[in-house]
Design a binder for this molecule. Sequence first.
Ligand SMILES: Nc1ncnc2c1ncn2[C@@H]1O[C@H](COP(=O)(O)OP(=O)(O)OP(=O)(O)O)[C@@H](O)[C@H]1O
Ligand SMILES: [Mg+2]
Length: 327
Amino acid sequence: MEKILELKNLKTYYSTDNGIAKAVDGVSFSLGRNRTLGIVGESGCGKSVTALSLMRLVPMPPGYFAGGEIFWKGRDLLKLSEEEMRHLRGNEIAMIFQEPMSSLNPVFTCGSQIMEQILIHRDLNHAEAKKRSVELLHLVGIPNPAERFSSYPHELSGGMRQRVMIAMALSCNPELLIADEPTTALDVTVQAQILDLIGKLQSDNAMSVMLITHDFGVVAELCEEVLVMYASRVVETGSVQQLFNNPLHPYTRGLLHSIPRLGSSKERLHVIEGNVPSAVNLPEGCRFAGRCPEADAHCRQEQPELVVYEAGHEAACWKVGSHRGFL
Ligand SMILES: Nc1ncnc2c1ncn2[C@@H]1O[C@H](COP(=O)(O)OP(=O)(O)OP(=O)(O)O)[C@@H](O)[C@H]1O
Ligand SMILES: [Mg+2]
């Protein structure tokens, strides 16, 4: 499998008044061309900062890269100039965010915002760019796209605005689409439609997709592979089948038990007690030890690294796989 993206021991930190916030702290993973990866974990685990890091959109200062590498098709992104990065962001990697209203400019029509993207990144004239914009609105399932071209963001529903954002992201045929919680602001039916749309666009356009979510259900729907993050690190990774059938890390098991019951809105079956440790004050040993039903003294002292449990399936837990030998 061709690796399109590879993170190696990435560390993205922020200087804050309370100390150094280790938002991403030694994260490694790779993504194949045309593959879909879900990144899950509770709030504050470092999902968004991981995505922003590889877009090189972390505000600096207060943020800075404290170590590691990000290879995009073999080039280390951290070594590219701002100009090279700008080119890459428009043409090769695109990102959609949770709240489309904050990413769309309220004073311009949706169509003109898509057109602007196209004109910046592609060699098309005004009329061709407009035609392409209407095609994109159609592609993302907006009814009457020629009329909707002239709508302002506030004239559209949340789901329609998210479709406009997706159209903008797709305007340059990216090879990787990063979707950071693209559906959490939407109601359940619209969520399902947007996920279907992303899945369809992924297979039609042979893109890689990185989907960030709190929700394992969403991952099961759309992704082939999963990365579970906890307290700025990866605690488990594998195929969706591997993680669902045989979750190795106690945190993954906790999250899987927290999938909302179908039809019961937000009711949780079981929620892991306690909170994610603060990124400015991370514990010394396993970062999950404080909430882990299986933790012992060793877990609290020494941090486990990811170890291979079976092909493609890794976990960072002292109770898993070859780590057991150390106990
Ligand atoms: N600008 C910043 N300054 C200081 N710390 C930050 C900044 N941005 C993020 N962090 C810290 O980095 C950590 C990871 O944040 P991140 O936004 O990546 O979490 P997340 O997993 O995306 O959470 P959520 O699910 O809520 O979106 C958090 O502890 C957060 O407080
Ligand atoms: Mg986030």
